[in-house]
Design a protein around this ligand. Structure first.
Ligand SMILES: Nc1ncnc2c1ncn2[C@@H]1O[C@H](COP(=O)(O)OP(=O)(O)OP(=O)(O)O)[C@@H](O)[C@H]1O
Length: 288
């Protein structure tokens, strides 16, 4: 198991945000955490990356107990995070932002840069543009690209589709699938539960700091309770692009009753949207 979260409790002052979360992520998987606002999804990611301390419980990564390891060492160990809200350095160019992602490592990063530019051609076109002048969707790509520069074994993604126009949401999810296909394990937090479940192998449903359900993602897409709470058009379910209304998803998402997905680089072949190659972004999102 690449990442093991064992019964973690996390507090903000006296407020218990996580009340005994356990979850596992195997190498090659896309695992998603879904749940309503305040359920503890972001806190779980921040605790894995070392931004929040544990009250109790433990986290193991690649066989090592990292519960007390400082965040920068976790980056070196292979935990990459693209934070909610993006955190792009506005005065630095796109390329300088990307290089910041590799700051903890030594050497020449031309290979990593080339890989990020291949995944995100839009960043290549704009490598000299200040990060702060990129559109919302472009900044999201930049934040993900920056996390990839550190060559993470697992990429933690917090709400990558937040605030993006439907078309761009599709593209971001396609790129996540491609990143996974190229060998990076992904732990994804999303409000856009439908889209997240379509690209994930497995999922955990969080409610008020606890895991209330865990299952193969395809099973949760069919689960009546999950559908009613998170996929049925509830307030928080589908702010961006309801996958059900997207023709290519309807056609390509595949049956929901597959067996557990195969592991390893090409893990997402069957159940994912049609994304064999990185998607070139042709249109700006609404926040440009
Ligand atoms: N900095 C903070 N100070 C105090 N309480 C916090 C802080 N950050 C989060 N919390 C609380 O911890 C709980 C879990 O929050 P968290 O952000 O992890 O939820 P979430 O599932 O990611 O929600 P969302 O989808 O709205 O981002 C919430 O009750 C929240 O109010």
């Amino acid at each position: 198991m690449l990442l093991e979260i064992n019964d973690i409790h996390v507090h903000y002052g006296k407020i218990a945000a996580l009340k005994g979360i356990s979850a596992e992520v195997d190498e090659g998987e896309i695992v998603t955490l879904i749940g309503a606002n305040g359920a503890g999804k972001t806190t779980t990611l921040k605790t894995v990356s070392g931004l929040r301390p544990l009250t109790s419980g433990s986290i193991r990564f690649a066989g090592e107990d990292i519960s007390k390891m400082p965040g920068h060492k976790r980056v070196l160990a292979g935990i990459g995070q693209s934070p909610e809200g993006r955190g792009v350095f506005p005065g630095m160019t796109v390329e300088e932002n990307l290089l910041m992602g590799a700051y903890a490592r030594r050497g020449n990063f031309s290979k990593e840069l080339a890989e990020v530019y291949e995944l995100f051609p839009r960043l290549a076109e704009r490598k000299s543009q200040p990060g702060g002048t990129m559109s919302g969707g472009e900044q999201q790509m930049l934040a993900i690209g920056r996390a990839l520069m550190a060559k993470p074994k697992v990429l933690l993604l917090d709400e990558p589709s937040m605030g993006l126009a439907p078309k761009l949401v599709q593209q971001i999810f396609s790129i996540i699938v491609e990143i996974n296909r190229r060998g990076t394990t992904v732990l994804l937090v999303e409000q856009n539960a439908s889209q997240a479940l379509q690209i994930a192998h497995r999922a955990y449903v969080l409610e008020t700091g606890r895991v209330v359900k865990s299952a193969p993602a395809a099973d949760l897409l069919d689960d009546p309770q999950v559908r009613a709470a998170y996929l049925g058009g509830g307030a928080e379910a589908q702010v961006g692009a309801p996958a059900e209304e997207t023709p290519r998803d309807a056609a390509e998402a595949g049956p929901a009753s597959e067996e557990e997905a195969p592991r390893g680089g090409a893990a997402t072949g069957e159940k994912t949207p049609p994304v064999a190659a990185p998607t070139r972004v042709e249109e700006d999102d609404e926040s440009s």
